[in-house]
Design a protein around this ligand. Structure first.
Ligand SMILES: [Zn+2]
Length: 191
């Protein structure tokens, strides 16, 4: 999938989690940092690809990408697996722990937002032709539907004309049926 689709999927998943939870008070800075973390989480599994959009956020990205991509074993390897979820989860937790002295935000929420983005990435990559090695190092790539020719091609017509607009509509629908909850969420910043 393209970075754009991954970001939208990450946001959709975050949106869904927010509306399915009881509303809690979150500071504006926590909300904004969490949103950023969610979008980065949605791109992070493709760190194993030097062309990933993730690297555009990083200074000297092309240098680091050449360093880190081979470490992750090439495209769709460890970062696209349950092991990768755990590994990144632990690493990001440590990193946020270090940042919590500098930034006055709720790092627990930021961590969850990142992980929701990360997992959403693997979930939608599962619908692509390449599939996802969920059980890495077991070298089997899983895909939905199981027949490869029925799956989506990255950057192809189905992704652009069906999946991306579909996710947009889903966001609109979530917003529509939980309109009052979103208003209550926003209201805490306007008061
Ligand atoms: Zn990917």
């Amino acid at each position: 999938m393209t970075g754009r689709t991954h970001d939208l999927a990450a946001f959709t998943a975050l949106n869904y989690v927010i509306i399915s939870q009881p509303l809690q008070e979150i500071s504006l800075s926590t909300s904004l940092v969490a949103l950023g973390a969610n979008l980065l989480g949605g791109l992070a599994p493709d760190l194993d690809q030097s062309t990933s959009n993730f690297w555009r956020f990083v200074r000297g990205g092309s240098f680091f990408s050449r360093l880190i991509s081979p470490l992750l074993g090439g495209h769709r390897f460890i970062s696209h697996s349950i092991l990768g979820v755990i590994l990144f989860g632990v690493l990001i937790k440590q990193l946020l722990g270090l940042l919590s002295d500098v930034l006055l935000v709720d790092m627990e929420i930021v961590w969850w937002a990142f992980m929701i983005g990360f997992i959403s990435h693997l979930a939608i990559d599962t619908f692509t032709k390449e599939g996802v090695p969920w059980l890495f190092p077991i070298p089997i790539r899983f895909g939905i539907p199981p027949l490869k020719f029925l799956r989506i091609k990255t950057g192809g017509l189905l992704e652009k004309s069906l999946l991306f607009p579909g996710l947009l509509i889903l966001n609109g629908y979530l917003f529509y049926i939980h309109y009052h909850k979103f208003l209550d969420f926003l209201r805490q910043y306007i008061r």
